[in-house]
Ligand binder design. Structure first.
Ligand code: SAM
Length: 190
């Protein structure tokens, strides 16, 4: 089902995301990235990277990291590619290759404000793709909004995680200025 799902942002969404990503969200991104404690030797995937602002800040803060990015949207993917072109040790990965999990697996997969934007019926498929692309012993960092009008219910996510034999997980709820209530989930692949 995920294979047939298509999403492209409209021009207004691209414009506002670019403006926010290069201004007020800079401080937020940096704080989030520091909290992940990334290591130079990790092979990292930014899953559904959007405009690439998060990935760009990862490279600024961790220039030696091996970072790969992908998005289901061709428009987002191309915008991220333009932003990340100038950095070394950065690779673009097509979303279909993640679905087929045909490349080497990742030590860490970052999933930031992504799952809640997909229809509920595709969440199980997304977790299948994440698990298939994560190395054994690797980590999946998920952050999702928990706001009433934007985001999803925590129990949906927990139910999903409980059904997965391949992962152990822990989570923390935070209230972040400007962003609102979020859940941070740290998943480890067995
Ligand atoms: C809010 S963006 C997050 C991008 C990036 N991870 C970040 O934090 O900047 C949501 C992501 O979900 C994907 N997506 C899939 N279906 C979507 C939908 N119906 N609405 C919005 N985004 C959707 C987009 O392509 C994008 O990669």
């Amino acid at each position: 089902m995920l294979r047939n799902y298509k999403y492209e942002p409209n021009k207004l969404e691209v414009f506002t995301t670019e403006i926010l990503g290069s201004t007020v969200l800079q401080f937020y991104y940096k704080k989030y990235i520091k909290s992940l404690e990334l290591k130079d030797n990790e092979k990292i995937l930014d899953f559904c990277c959007g405009s690439g602002s998060l990935a760009k800040n990862i490279k600024r803060l961790n220039p030696k990291s091996k970072l790969f990015f992908s998005d289901i949207s061709i428009r987002w993917h191309n915008l991220a590619r333009i932003k990340l072109d100038k950095f070394s040790k950065v690779g673009s990965v097509s979303f279909s290759s993640l679905i087929d999990s045909i490349y080497q697996k990742y030590d860490r997969i970052i999933v930031h404000f992504v799952i809640h934007d997909f229809p509920n019926k595709l969440h199980a498929d997304i977790f299948k793709v994440l698990i298939a692309n994560c190395k054994s012993g690797g980590v999946i960092n998920i952050r999702e909004p928990l706001n009433d009008n934007h985001g999803f219910k925590l129990f949906q996510l927990i139910n999903q995680l409980e059904s997965l034999q391949e992962l152990t997980y822990d989570y923390e709820i935070r209230d972040i200025p400007l962003i609102g209530k979020v859940v941070d989930v740290l998943c480890c692949k067995k």
